[in-house]
Design a protein around this ligand. Sequence first.
Ligand SMILES: Nc1ncnc2c1ncn2[C@@H]1O[C@H](COP(=O)(O)OP(=O)(O)O)[C@@H](O)[C@H]1O
Ligand SMILES: [Mg+2]
Length: 328
Amino acid sequence: MIERHLNIPKIAQRLSQLNLTLEDFKANVGVDRRTIERLISGKTTTPQRETVRIIAEFLDLPVHEILALGEADTAVPLSEQELYLPMTGAYCVGREREIEQLDRAWSDRKLNLFSIVAMGGAGKSALVNRWVGMLAQDGWRGAERVFGWTFHSQGMRDTVASADAFFDAALRFFGNAEPGAKTAWDKGKRLAHLVRQQRTLLLLDGIEPLQEPPGPKAGQIKDAALAALLQSLASQQPGLCVVTTRIGVADIDAWHSTTAEVLNLQGFSDDAGAEFLQVLGVQGPVAERRAASRTFGGHVLALQLLGAYLKETRGGGCQPPLRDYHAR
Ligand SMILES: Nc1ncnc2c1ncn2[C@@H]1O[C@H](COP(=O)(O)OP(=O)(O)O)[C@@H](O)[C@H]1O
Ligand SMILES: [Mg+2]
């Protein structure tokens, strides 16, 4: 468990901005007097989330500013990581805004679940891989444990998709000591409990094989253990769970915009699409490449196929007849 301290210098600075004395703060913050005294003196560390929330609200500051997380984040070494994520290309184009959103999600202690939703081939897995690489480069920014899993190929192989292999691997990774759970639901709850013990980054890639297809139950998770896990994590945890899927996770709708955030991943901008085609070896003027990207809705996999095709058949040229593809 990370030791959290109140960021006393920050709180003092804020109080002076608000023209309040420390005595005013202790008397009016809305936290039990003894608790607040002990926290300020440093006798107690790791304040409860609710206490932190109350203090943050009183001072009108974001939670991460009243905690001395800066030092904690860099001081905590990553203890373990295991990543079973799909391979994506070495070169990542665009996605600056989305990376920023993920950065914010990671540092926002109130956010527990971040889902990235888009059709197949839109670049969800590539985005996650890119971001994970950046986190690794930054020494994992305070993540104590990182576990990543892809459900994708499983769903292709198995007719009845289940999350069993994931739970076996994850329970082992997170140090499950108890014998088998009674129900699938218990299993999900137990993993959530273990995940919560530390500041964990949990990456679940391509969970759509375990969700209901479009229709009356669209997006609901069919696997009870996975449903329990995501619901538990959405409601409370010190880290973040990032999910990618083709269809929004209905089970966590209730947390939407509070502790859960959804990113509907769009196609490439014209600029990113033009750059991507160039990276793939397509030559030709940028205007043509931008137009080609737009014609294909900026869909990453479609552009990848187009790039390969043009390289094969036109020696990498996209002119003249790329405009032939335009909205026929
Ligand atoms: N931003 C990007 N830059 C470069 N290549 C990308 C980018 N996004 C996706 N790709 C490539 O496009 C293909 C499909 O992307 P992927 O992430 O697997 O899609 P999804 O997970 O949404 O099905 C992969 O080969 C991937 O490497
Ligand atoms: Mg994927």
